[in-house]
Ligand binder design. Structure first.
Ligand code: BGC
Length: 755
């Protein structure tokens, strides 16, 4: 895959007239010192107003098409540093021309857009991409997104979103890498590398943006924009980890969150933006606010007015303001009054200019509108490959899947042919006309005899008018393929849900279809885990395809037909019921962990029972303690067995490297892929540690009967944690390791000691 992605880079650099080896950009060849001197020289020529102008990002909502004339005048005066959502190429070029030719210091603009999981060619939602456990493929997808988006002059994407989410009610879980800090960090690195390319100054590279800094995914009750309370130790060990990794990967920009974190809104949070991001991590790119998030500190009750909001954000070192105008209206007065020093503003502008220089915008401000590359065949193939690897087989009773050629299929459900819906959230630029739906895919090469009857017009449809026809279609078939889930608008920003069952009358329709007695395969397309308790026993197989993007239909068909064995794994714990949320695998043990044999379900409690604590452990009387499916889970059409699981040494010194080996054998009858997962537990710590933490993973494709030895290498530093004394430490003591199929697999256990 690595070579494949490199090949892409080379091909596209050739097409777009750049050469990765010989960058024509002088900025990138400058030493850092020379770059800083260049910034000094630009800064020395700028007036206070022009400096403030660089901190302003203006733009339009993604729906607005017209560009107000006054914005051009503002660029002419040097009052704007960046735009978002300018999707008319002529407008973008004209704005850039004004900035370069008519503004006081000829500083180029930087154009931004939410290019989250594809530009025109849409890849699966990031949650699905995390489920591939294939960072090289994710990197390739981000590379392709940058190649496509840069044809519109977009050199900055507001991605990747690195918010850890343990709450599928939160709509933006779709845009996340799931619940695990390690997996999110690995995927975040892949996105950053892919977006930014080999060299940020190439015309097809986009500055990435690590967002939302930080804690946004821990919103209370999963309600978007809500308060996050995270203690400092968890903040570092869980929520900050992927962001730290992004800085190590040279991410160019950061975005703050809308949320209040422990009483301080993220956009005015000096601890996060100054102490952690700049002083501890040495980040030298720039930080942008989220949309209006500076002035939203007023309703947060953290600032009295825009003036105070601007003061707090600037003091925290938030460099650029997205859409609202608190900086523009107040920074000058704040500086003239001495509340903020001009040096402070200089640092903010310096950070912005640094990235503009690194992007090569001063040398190559314009873009080449080579749109032929959009939806290129290779892009579509990569999108299909990603969708294929993201699809998770959750249930497959009696090996009902893959389908058999002679079976007559009933294709039913609101999402079998919903080209817009399968693209998922944040797909402003994807066009449904290019989408391959499952129905279209079955129509394209019909090796199957199938009939289609939608049953419900859309996922929230509550009317049963289409039931009779769907039931008739099902009666005349051998197997029912039910394409259900949620429309794309039900996940994403501001789209939190309190109930995660299939919406509308989908459960009723499945119940009716079940009565016919034919096997049912439920294919879910959704932005999050969907609770299945009411219908799980009525379906024989379940596939989670997330929102799979442009090529989703072909990918789903290849999985159903058995051309490819499913290989996606869950990047998030799948709850049985909403009442279990937050639910995640790397929780603490508590003083009263569950003892499975002692668990008492409430139906087993005798009437009039004596007041007792019933097992005395941490569980629910009605739902137990297990999720529906654990983190890392996913079936294939084959079977894998692990043997010869070993560790290089049982007694290790701090700083040592450790090697864990295991042999994986495909004991089934078809080629398939396994995601081998390595988890560890620090048994006793100066603070309590999670019962398990993902340490490494490896995807391995094996022919039937084949074996492979897998090797995981790590250092004791990888076992460190952020402690109460605010330092990363590795403590001596006992550790456990598991090599397995998912977070609940404890079959292969190892122990070692750090001396
Ligand atoms: C979102 C950001 C996004 C920005 C610009 C905000 O509402 O929270 O993630 O990048 O809008 O579209």
């Amino acid at each position: 895959m690595k070579n494949y992605s490199l090949l892409f880079v080379i091909i596209y650099c050739l097409i777009s007239g750049c050469n990765p080896k010989e960058s024509t950009n002088t900025a990138i060849n400058e030493t850092e010192d020379a770059l800083e001197s260049r910034i000094d020289s630009i800064l020395s020529k700028m007036t206070l107003e022009e400096k403030i102008g660089q901190t302003a990002q203006r733009g339009k909502s993604s729906r607005v098409k017209e560009l107000p004339e006054e914005l051009k005048d503002a660029v002419r005066k040097g009052e704007i540093g960046s735009f978002l959502n300018i999707m008319n190429k002529e407008d973008a070029k004209e704005l850039q021309r004004i900035a370069i030719e008519e503004s006081p210091n000829n500083i180029p603009l930087i154009f931004a857009r939410d290019v989250i999981h594809g530009f025109k060619t849409i890849f699966p939602i990031p949650l699905g991409q995390a489920g591939t456990f294939d960072p090289e493929l994710v990197e390739l997808g981000a590379r392709i997104s940058a190649i496509e988006a840069s044809t519109y002059g977009i050199r900055w994407t507001f991605a990747p979103m690195l918010d850890i989410s343990r709450d599928p009610r939160w709509g933006r879980i779709a845009e996340s890498g799931g619940e695990d800090p390690y997996l999110t960090a690995v995927m975040g690195t892949a996105y950053v590398k892919g977006f930014q390319g080999e060299d940020l100054s190439l015309p097809t590279s986009m500055a990435a943006c690590a967002k939302h800094f930080v804690g946004y995914g821990a919103a209370e009750g999963g309600r978007d924009y809500n308060t996050a309370n995270i203690n400092n130790v968890s903040l570092h060990n869980t929520y900050l980890k992927p962001f730290k990794k992004a800085v190590e990967t040279n991410v160019a920009t950061f975005m703050t969150g809308f949320n209040d974190l422990n009483g301080i809104p993220a956009s005015g949070n000096t601890y996060l933006l100054k102490e952690v991001l700049r002083d501890q991590w040495g980040f030298d790119g720039f930080v942008v606010s989220d949309w209006n998030s500076i002035i939203e500190m007023i309703p947060h009750g953290f600032a009295k007015n825009e003036y105070q909001a601007a003061e707090k954000s600037a003091k925290a070192m938030l460099d650029m303001e997205m859409t609202s105008t608190a900086y523009q209206n107040n920074l000058k007065t704040l500086i003239e009054e001495g509340t903020i020093s001009e040096n402070q503003l200089n640092s903010m502008v310096r950070n912005i200019l640094r990235i503009k220089l690194r992007l090569g915008l001063f040398e190559n401000p314009y873009f080449d509108p080579n749109s032929d590359i959009l939806y290129d065949q290779k892009h579509l193939e990569a999108a299909k490959e990603t969708a294929l690897k993201s699809i998770v087989l959750l249930k497959n009773d009696n090996n009902i899947l893959p389908l058999k050629r002679e079976q007559r299929l009933a294709i039913i459900g609101p999402l079998a042919d919903a080209p817009h819906e399968q693209l998922g959230t944040w797909t402003f630029d994807g066009e449904k006309e290019h989408t391959i739906t499952p129905l279209l895919s079955f129509k394209k090469d019909s090796i199957y005899n199938f009939k289609y009857s939608q049953g419900l017009s859309f996922s929230r449809d509550k009317k049963n008018a289409g039931f009779a026809e769907a039931i008739q279609t099902a009666k005349n078939s051998d197997i029912i393929l039910f394409f259900g889930g949620e429309e794309s608008i039900l996940s994403g920003e501001a789209h939190s849900r309190a109930n995660l069952d299939l919406p509308g009358a989908q459960e009723q329709l499945i119940t009716e279809l079940h009565k016919i007695g034919k096997p049912i395969v439920l294919i879910l397309m959704a932005g999050r885990p969907i609770t299945l308790t009411n219908i799980l026993d009525k379906v024989d197989a379940v596939i989670c395809a997330w929102h799979p993007g442009t090529m989703g239909g072909d990918a789903i068909k290849e999985i159903l037909s058995g051309k490819v064995s499913p290989s996606g794994r869950l990047p998030v714990t799948w709850p049985k019921e909403v009442g279990q949320i937050p639910i995640y695998y790397n929780h603490k043990n508590t003083g009263r962990p569950v003892v499975p044999d002692e668990y008492v379900h409430m139906d087993s409690i005798p009437i009039g029972a004596w007041q007792s604590s019933l097992g005395n452990t941490s569980h629910y009387l009605d739902l137990g303690y297990l999720p529906q499916y654990p983190f890392g889970y996913g079936l294939t059409y084959s079977n894998f067995e692990y043997s010869d699981v070993s560790i290089s040494s049982k007694s290790i010194k701090k700083g040592d490297t450790i090697v864990v080996k295991a042999t994986v054998t495909n004991t089934g009858t078809v080629k398939a892929s396994e995601v081998v997962q390595l988890y560890f537990r620090d048994m006793v710590g100066s603070i309590t540690r999670p019962i398990k933490e993902l340490l490494r993973f490896k995807r391995v494709a094996l022919d039937a009967g084949a074996s492979k030895e897998i090797e995981f290498t790590f250092n004791t530093d990888d076992l460190s944690f952020y402690g109460v004394d605010k330092k990363w430490i590795v403590e001596s003591g006992d550790f456990m390791l598991w090599v397995g199929k998912d977070a609940q697999d404890t079959t292969h256990e190892l122990t070692f000691v750090i001396e």
